[in-house]
Design a protein around this ligand. Sequence first.
Ligand SMILES: [Zn+2]
Length: 342
Amino acid sequence: MGTLPLRGVEAAERPFAVVDLHVDLVYRHLYKGQPFASGLGEFRAAALEGVGVVGVVLPLFVPEWASPIGARRQDYEGAYAAAYERILETPPYALPGCGVHQAGAARSRPVQTWFAFEGAAHLEPKTEELASWILRGVRSFGLVHTKHNALGSSSGSSPGSRPGLTPKGREVVEKIQGLGGLVDVSHASDAATDEILDRAAESRSIVIATHSNARALAAHPRNLTDAQIRAIGRSGGVIGVNFHQPFLSGSGRASLKDVVAQVLHIRRVAGVEHVAIGSDFEGGIRPVPELADASRYQALAAALLEAGLTRREVSLVMGENALRVLCGPFFSRRGDDRNGPP
Ligand SMILES: [Zn+2]
């Protein structure tokens, strides 16, 4: 396919609004000692407004080594308090939530934030505890990280005899969805992912994968099968395409072309309404060279236009789909079928 420079120029002049479903800035700052405003340089606060970023999901990830007995509830409380304070003192970030514009701020705060859990073994399936996290801006709940835990099994450990979800994991999922939270299957094992998707089909809850790719193009256990991608789409959810090279192509080396191929594949399998961006910036990834940092999002938009997506489709992928699930009507329950898909 030939290049279409005019479209590229248009994209550069009027940036597409970008919402990134997974940026590990809180981890980078709290546990790796980098400034919150710049991280490693992959997600610099000062660069965001100029490149169209309007929203970002910031995981409250607490590493296991945070305490000798693993991450505890108090560690998450500490991460929450620190992240809240950093957001408050770092324009252009707005406080977590949908449509929050900070009253009294000296500068406008056009970059919306949401918190997420990546590993949630500290959660008890108590309504009041889960509701309080949701009210404090935790929008997405990933049950596991790279190891099995008390809630379920991870794609990062060998399956062994581990089931998908544990009884406590099932209870937590049900409560989160009942309260309008989103369950994130990135990092979950196939068994856990399939169980979450089966249950979501019954409860009509939206399921998301914040930072995962298609296994059909890159055979990695962190990636999703086509059946899982289809089921996430049917739930009304989205898949955030990850920029980490080993998750993008079978060879472990990847370029912008592979990111475009992932978008096209997920669009073909689930529909364009179910593709989003979950770069995994600041999470220790090896991003494709053309998307080395947040200043490059519009290069992806231009490449998608060149690959044949309409401006409307590019707009959905870059941000609108993510916003729909993060801030859609009635939170994560799907709308009545009579109104069509959300
Ligand atoms: Zn992750």
